[in-house]
Ligand binder design. Structure first.
Ligand code: FDA
Length: 325
């Protein structure tokens, strides 16, 4: 069977192939070793990653908050295969939340958590371990007066992730989740999650998915994004519009206005290092803007997905590797 195409199928063929290769490479241990061991890569990674330790994260967050932006912080890591690492990730989040409180910025910064980083994929009791770790992170967020959003990973994890979110919302009604417009199921999930108090981040989707579950053409992904936006904006929850796509940003602003939402009744979210000028413009126009700030040493998978989204970024990497960065 041929490999399933990536979501960049609507793009020119050379972009499609490169994006697909990069998404496959994001799961390759061999390439991980090759890319992460070259010091020159660091300069390109710094564009997308705030640094390796907590102090770097606090510095980057404080700078953004100072400039009137809000933040969601991701402690990098995914696909954890042992309980000790899952526990260490949980501790890193708890400590980071305490550090944000100490720096007086906790109200402006929430955290984004991948359930696979806190144990979801563990062979023994993955569901229970990840729920327990996620609950501890929610407790810590609650203690400093902020929130948690659970990132969405590939389609095989969606039901498990939504089940955890559903369970946590009993005790922490502010828990947010992510839905990916590329998945055919997502319009239905938007309907289910558009109720009072829900916080849904809508993204296009960053994983390589088969045609049986996901739209393959960018136009179809974008159209689905607009259909999902309409549902969320008309609903009673708090939509979090996570995209750098100028057309979708404009449509979201229009739909929010049409639904009678004020500029603080939903938010735009963009990734650290991507379209910073647009982050500024939206904030200056009075919209709530949240920047997704990743930090940590385990940046390989995140970094490769950013390259796959915009293969032009590969040029920066190649230049850096050639010593001309
Ligand atoms: P698109 O990829 O079409 O990009 C539109 C334009 O934005 C491009 O033409 C370019 O100008 C710019 N751009 C986009 N990506 C860039 C990059 N890497 N470098 C430079 N410029 C770039 N996905 C997921 O599956 N699960 C999740 O939990 C999340 N979480 C998440 C949080 C936040 C805050 C954001 C913004 C995104 C995510 N994503 C995600 C990623 C998302 O699914 C998607 O892959 C990216 O946002 C890229 O899609 P866009 O909507 O930006 O459009």
């Amino acid at each position: 069977m041929p490999p399933a195409p990536s979501r960049v199928t609507g793009a020119p063929p050379e972009v499609t192939v490169l994006g697909s290769v990069l998404l496959s490479a994001s799961r390759s241990p061999w390439l991980r070793q090759a890319v992460t061991s070259v010091p020159a890569t660091r300069g390109v990674v710094d564009r997308f990653v705030a640094g390796e330790d907590r102090a770097d994260a606090v510095r980057a967050v404080a700078d953004l908050v100072e400039r009137g932006l809000t933040v969601t912080v991701d402690h990098l890591g995914e696909d954890t295969t042992d309980a000790a690492t899952a526990g260490a990730v949980r501790a890193a989040y708890v400590d980071a939340l305490a550090a944000f409180a100490e720096a007086g910025i906790a109200k402006s910064v929430e955290v984004s958590v991948k359930l696979s980083a806190v144990g979801q994929a563990l062979a023994a009791d993955g569901a229970a371990v990840s729920l327990e770790n996620a609950r501890a992170i929610c407790d810590a967020a609650s203690a400093v007066g902020t929130t948690v959003t659970f990132d969405m990973e590939d389609h095989t994890t969606v039901d498990k992730t939504l089940a955890v979110v559903h369970e946590l919302r009993r005790d922490f009604p502010w828990v947010g989740c992510v839905l990916q417009s590329m998945l055919r199921r997502t319009e239905g999930d938007c309907h289910d999650l558009a109720g009072p108090g829900s916080r849904v981040r809508l993204v296009k989707g960053a994983y390589r998915e088969p045609a049986s579950v996901a739209f393959q053409d960018t136009t179809d992904v974008d159209r689905a994004y607009v259909r999902c936006l309409k549902i969320l904006m008309a609903g009673q929850g708090y939509p979090m519009v996570a995209s750098h796509d100028p057309r979708l940003v404009a449509i979201a602003a229009h739909l929010a206005e049409r639904a009678g939402r004020g500029r603080d009744d939903f938010e735009f979210q963009l990734l650290y290092g991507v379209r910073p000028d647009e982050q500024r413009r939206l904030a200056d126009d009075g919209y709530r803007v949240r920047v997704y700030v990743p930090y940590g040493t385990d940046w390989y998978g995140y970094f490769m997905r950013r390259l796959a989204e915009r293969p032009a970024n590969v040029v920066f990497l190649l230049r850096a590797l050639a010593g001309r960065g």
